[in-house]
Design a protein around this ligand. Sequence first.
Ligand code: ADP
Ligand code: MG
Ligand code: ZN
Length: 590
Amino acid sequence: CDSTQASGSGPAMTKQELLRYENDDFSWSTELEQNLKDVFQLSTFRPLQLKAINLSMSGKDLFLVMPTGRGKSLCYQLPAVCSEGFTLVVTPLVSLMEDQLMYLKSIDVEAVSLNASSSKEHAKMVLAEMTDSKAPFKLLYVTPEKIAKSKLLMSRLEKAYNAGRLSRIAVDEVHCCSQWGHDFRPDYKLLGILKRQFPKVPLLGLTATATGSVLKDCQKILCVPEPITLTASFNRTNLYYEVRLKDSNSDDSVSDISALIKERYKDQSGIVYVFSQKDAETVSADLQGKGVNASPYHANMNPEDKSQVHRKWATNKIQVVVATVAFGMGIDKADVRFVIHHTISKSIENYYQESGRAGRDDKPADCIVYFGFNDIFRISTMVVMENVGQQKLLTMVDYCQNVDRCRRSVIAVHFDEVWDDEGCNEMCDVCRHGNDYITVDITQHAKDVVQIVELAGSLDEKLTPLKVTEAWMGKGPAKRRKMIQTTTLSRLEVEAIITSLLLQGYLSEDFSFTPYTTYFYLKLGGKAPLLKNQSHSITMKMRRTGLDANTEDQLAAGIKEVVVTSQSPPPVAPNDSSTPHPRHNKLIKM
Ligand code: ADP
Ligand code: MG
Ligand code: ZN
């Protein structure tokens, strides 16, 4: 299209110029503030909302990229309420349209829609009202098909435009314009007509998922000459992400947490997320016992107690809430300085959301998760009924087990965000500690573990992860010990290897149900047969911390990637010469 036709937003703005739009000294600012509170019943703007709204109110064309649930709709609904005439909203799905109409009705904002299922009378009324200066509606929702196919609609829009009643155009799910996007809709391709016919009307394109090239494509298709693009990243730059290993055998994590709270987070507000209601009670009591001002919060408390805990925490009379995920809805405290997970979340999405309650004020805050082997299986049995529950849990486990990729990049990739490695700024433990890992060949280890699981299978026995761990460490029944290859690796290393085998598909989960509980066993995974192939090898990355001196020397000598095998004395085992190597004394042919 001929971009000279459109008198859009003018030349691209510098960061400095954009800053101006975060202010509240525009002629419309008071009205915005008032309607935000009175009509939308919201107290403050979320990041980027005010900027987007001010830009749009100033007549700029805008693409707004913001994760789902962050509040894109407000960015055209509030301007619509504060402007003369109406806003045209293009939405791809009738169901989305109906949700919005219902919501707007509930807050007394007049909105109407035109789609394939609109009755003739309704359509007639809407079309007539479009040019009526007394028409009450502030938003008109249409499907792109309507724009493409209804000449009548276009002619009424034309009239409304000429009468100065078309105040704004919003194109929701704007990535649907582009064939490069993941959700191309042919009718979106024809929406360029809007900006060509109504060049003076500011256009706002909204999406949660669009890369730069998709946006460029949308810009061309929509005939918007120079839109300003605002991107709310998933990357919360003020949050520091860290994973700490949790010992399966002890409650060290609670001591660790209390020390953190009393020292690093002295007098600062935070949340400790736990797995169960029982954990909320016990961890909270443990922390109190160690002198931390903590209170539990979970779904099974009575409503008064819950709101009292919430209130006291919100007003800093309680420092820490020890909560299940029931503590989430309506939590809007800005100065949360730490969110500690005593147990991993059930998915990266959940973790992102829960940990994301830290640092809403954009000041630095910490997100720490304690990663314990046994917790994987506690959660696994909890999400066993969910469709992709195991898969999602494993993405969280992968986030924790990972020692070589930036935590932010793992989150970003999970949300399909383009990631450049500059984006972390050493604000995660992996980036801060650099190359603190080695690559380990675990092929022989895998064979040992698979043998243990196979042996159990041949004896018609199922092994829990704990049983597998103990068997491999030589703590199983004496008779059985003679039939397997045991290891001298430390417990944490054994757990890390088993976890890695699960993540890589050499082991998999095997559930068993009783009326009272669900048991988790390990069975062979789909990739286990590959181990029969002599040339097949498996590696994993392990933290360097805790490795023996020998390996440390090699690393100091400048060898960054060390490949070790379990044929040589295992370098990841304690360097104890009094322990004979297991391969020599315990291997008995079956
Ligand atoms: P998106 O379209 O980005 O996925 P929505 O516009 O549907 O998100 O908004 C998601 C939720 O966020 C809605 O329940 C909305 O009321 C809420 N919301 C939007 N803006 C704010 C705000 N400033 N403060 C609190 N809640 C908000
Ligand atoms: Mg939306
Ligand atoms: Zn990082």
